[in-house]
Design a protein around this ligand. Sequence first.
Ligand SMILES: [Zn+2]
Length: 216
Amino acid sequence: MMTDQPATRLSDAQLDELRVRARRVAGSLVDPAQLTRVTRFVAGRHAWAGAVLGKPFNLHRLTNAELVLLDLAAQAEPEPPVEPRPPAPWEEGYQPSERELAVAARAQARAKEWDRVRAALPVPVTVLYNYSGPHHYEFHVSGADHIIVREALDAGRLQRAADQSLCWTPSRARHLSFDRVSPESDRVPTCKACLRFAYRLVDEPPSEVLLAPLRR
Ligand SMILES: [Zn+2]
């Protein structure tokens, strides 16, 4: 959203007068209180500061006279026009970055692939996050979203009781503690062991769409 609103309501004549005053009163030493005051005032108002200075604003390249000028201008115009800002992600007109688009496309592909695999599984499943703690990465169990069978599964050598994860083993059991708050989860599983079992159950090679490491 762009507006034609000027960044400052101060007239050229007023600004010229302020510049003359600033050059006259600016000493050779920076007044720390003034620097703090100006820094606070220009935060989010760089267009205003640029309009006052007559050049792009850069806090680290201010001369003392420019610092004084900004301070005088802030006193002359304590409430400058509000600067238009780009829309936030939840607002209309938001332009996602290439990276955000790529992340969204990847999330969509993952969700779609998981929907497909889940529909082909022999028993209903849900996906739950394992809260058991941060110290069991060797099993890929902690901090991952696991596939939980909702009913007992008996697929030849792969047998699971209801509410066990596909990656369940007796030795891992104590590291698997699941959030049971929302059994109808729209999470996409990230546990590699669970995913490999799932692909085995649907008789397909594991897909990179779900098995590749998540990049954030
Ligand atoms: Zn798992």
